[in-house]
Design a protein around this ligand. Sequence first.
Ligand code: PLP
Length: 339
Amino acid sequence: MIDLRSDTVTRPPAAMRKAMADAEVGDDVFGDDPTVNRLQAVMAELTGKQAALFLPTGTQSNLAGLMAHCERGDEYIVGQDAHTYKFEGGGAAVLGSIQPQPLENAPDGSLPLAKIAAAIKPIDNHFARTRLLALENTINGKVLPPAYVKEATAFARDQGLATHLDGARLANAAVAMKVSLAEAAAAFDTVSICLSKGLGAPAGSVLVGPKALIERAHRWRKVLGGGMRQAGVLAAAGLYALEHNFARLAEDHANAEYLSKGLANIAGLEVRPQSTNMVFVKLPEDHRQALADSLEARGIIIRATPICRLVTHLDVTRADMDATIDGFQAYFSRNSKAA
Ligand SMILES: *Cc1c(COP(=O)(O)O)cnc(C)c1O
């Protein structure tokens, strides 16, 4: 199967499973798991932050991060399209009593400074207390412009706001920018990074930041039900992923670029410019489901959405890109009149 729905579909290969099976473990709620502790030390080092915390999911990592920054009745400024606002079930509000202040993202994924400035509330009992600016990188596969990141985080600091980055795919951003994870994370107080996306671990995210904030997040992780026991089996997969699957993300980006160029030649398809490991294709309404069915018959899985997201990852090859282009081509040449 060539599964292009997401980079979360990768399956741990034998060598990763062996690392998991061999992991030295202990009870991580007691702080006793040496493999979790090693992963946290490695991630703190790689991101240039004081401390790191291993959590089961990116959703929980973002939420524990937001809760470490904000108290009940505080507010965070966030993009309308941001995962922490749109795709996490409203967790910050539901579980954290934190009010989101969503702002329309610009096409490049940024939040314009003037809009941020206008959204910051005065200190007055009528208003929630604006505490935090939360950005996302990559956002829909796009790398936030580095100059923008610098400017927006400096502006936030000037305004007395803390900064959080949902860096679920920060490894992709770093590889695309050809900078270290530390450089990509430098402008933010806290950063959440998924090991379970392009890096290919079966589960796990890491929140990094200053020691005091990570200690607060540690408490919230327990409250949120994320205190795991012999979690070293998962942390071992994360360590394996960092060692073997980080630099190779460039291959996923090259495959996505190749796929996007191949699809752009097909009449009836509107292909958006590729960014990192994602290609977005506008599918003609009458063809969505039929196309998905036709591809599935060839072992290619996509989601039949109006703007279809095709994601490259560890478990798809250059030959799979050719097979996918062929599959699209075959469908549209059969149905070219309608397209
Ligand atoms: C996947 C993802 C998350 C959340 O990760 P889960 O592990 O699925 O909870 C957060 N932010 C972004 C941008 C993501 O893509």
